[in-house]
Design a protein. Structure first.
Length: 419
């Protein structure tokens, strides 16, 4: 029996099984087996493909954040990307117009957001149909996902539900946060299971269920500490360990083809925005502000930080854009974005803005920043740097680098004279 047949058999058994406390243990074991088989299927497809990497899918990461456009064919992804970024992408009235990944850059509030127009996917994309494997791989590497749907087809075809299922199958969790669970594998010692809160969603014996799921993955020794009331699916995700958690928003395009009652129903869906690229509802030109750009900005968690030097006015022309999805929005992330040397010599920061209790406020490196804060980084003095235990090694490193550079310049000059 092949992997696909095993998956279908387990899915059929799960559909037949009633969901209650008595069957919770059995369902948890089936979910663990299902997740393991899906991983095996993805590994098989990744190893035995038709050759090298697909054309156009290896895109360099640029800008402050990356957004992937996911959707079925002919829902308006290419036209939407043109309106967001100004990038010319082939658009036509037939399906599968876009056959490769086309990048573009959206400029909004001083930030640069890379927008990827991906080929349309179909049901079964998680198992490789319609180049779905390449499309979903791009989605895993994006900072956020914008799912584009056809408002006229959503009522009958359940495209939103199908896309969510396809992404969930390959381990992409939309608009979820990682469960507050610590899981560490060990070589010996058996399984130690503990929790700080009552676990009401794992049946009458959570420890027995956790041990059985670990046994499916051949884990005999591990420490697991749950700090929140998790479900069986979350427990499987923690043990598997290859899940990614992405913010996702849904854009219902072509609302000019449906009734106002249907528009109202779609607009009330969670994480959703309705609009029309053709009629310019909630979507403007690349240099205009609109509701969709504001929604993308919000879901990416972008924050503009203005820097200033001592005794000078802040630089309001070019902000440093931080992302909550990438490195975070703290003073530490700001130093990492500017210079590693600034991070090494950091002493304290002076902050003006919404995150400060008073202006200015002296803050440490873990202080959370808010949009349009002004920050002045104060580095250590020479005497403070000398007290650092790594000061001698740092000075020796600078000295070695300087003499190496000088020797290379001398060698290059001698080579020119001999020539």
């Amino acid at each position: 029996m092949g992997v696909m047949e095993k998956i279908k058999e387990i899915e059929a058994e799960m559909a037949r099984t009633q969901k209650n406390k008595a069957t919770n243990y059995h369902l948890g074991t089936l979910k663990a087996k299902l997740a393991k088989l899906r991983n095996e299927l993805l590994i098989e497809q990744g190893g035995g493909g038709s050759g090298g990497p697909s054309e156009g899918f290896d895109v360099a990461r640029l800008g402050d954040a990356r957004v992937a456009l996911i959707g079925f064919p002919s829902v308006g992804k290419s036209t939407l990307q043109c309106k967001l970024t100004g990038t010319e992408s082939e658009a036509a009235a037939y399906e599968f117009t876009t056959l490769t990944c086309i990048p573009g850059t959206m400029h909004y509030k001083g930030s640069k957001v890379q927008v990827l127009d991906l080929p349309g996917i179909i049901e079964g994309a998680a198992h490789g149909k319609g180049r779905g494997k390449e499309v979903i791989a791009c989605a895993r590497n994006a900072d956020a996902i914008l799912i584009v749907l056809d408002a006229g087809k959503e009522g009958l075809n359940r495209h939103r539900e199908i896309l969510e299922t396809e992404l969930e199958t390959v381990g992409i969790r939309l608009n979820q946060r990682p469960p507050d669970v610590t899981f560490n594998k060990k070589s010996t010692g058996g399984v130690r299971f503990s929790s700080t809160v009552p676990l009401t969603k794992l049946g009458p014996d959570p420890e027995k269920l956790a041990i059985q799921i670990m046994r499916e993955y051949k884990i005999s020794s591990a420490d697991l500490l749950a700090r929140e009331d998790i479900t069986v699916d979350q427990l499987v995700d923690v043990i598997v360990g290859n899940r990614v958690y992405k913010p996702a928003c849904y854009f219902y395009n072509k609302i000019d083809t449906i009734t106002i009652e249907e528009v109202d129903q779609l607009a009330r869906m969670p994480h959703s925005l309705v609009g029309s690229v053709h009629k310019r509802f909630n979507v403007g030109e690349p240099d205009e502000e609109d509701a969709l750009k504001a929604m993308i900005w919000r879901y990416l968690g972008l924050t503009r930080i203005y820097t200033k030097r001592k005794g000078q006015h802040p630089d309001l022309a070019e902000p440093v854009v931080l992302s909550a999805v990438r490195k975070g929005t703290t003073v530490l992330a700001l130093c990492q974005n500017i210079s590693t040397q600034m991070l090494r010599d950091f002493n304290f920061a002076m902050v003006w803005g919404k995150s400060a209790k008073h202006n200015p406020q002296r803050c440490g490196i873990n202080h959370p920043l808010e949009d349009e804060d002004v920050v002045q980084i104060v580095t250590k003095t020479n005497s403070q740097q000398r007290q650092d235990k790594n000061y001698q090694a740092m000075v020796q490193g600078f000295s070695d680098k300087y003499h190496k550079k000088k020797a290379e310049a001398r060698k290059k000059k001698q080579g020119k004279l001999r020539g």
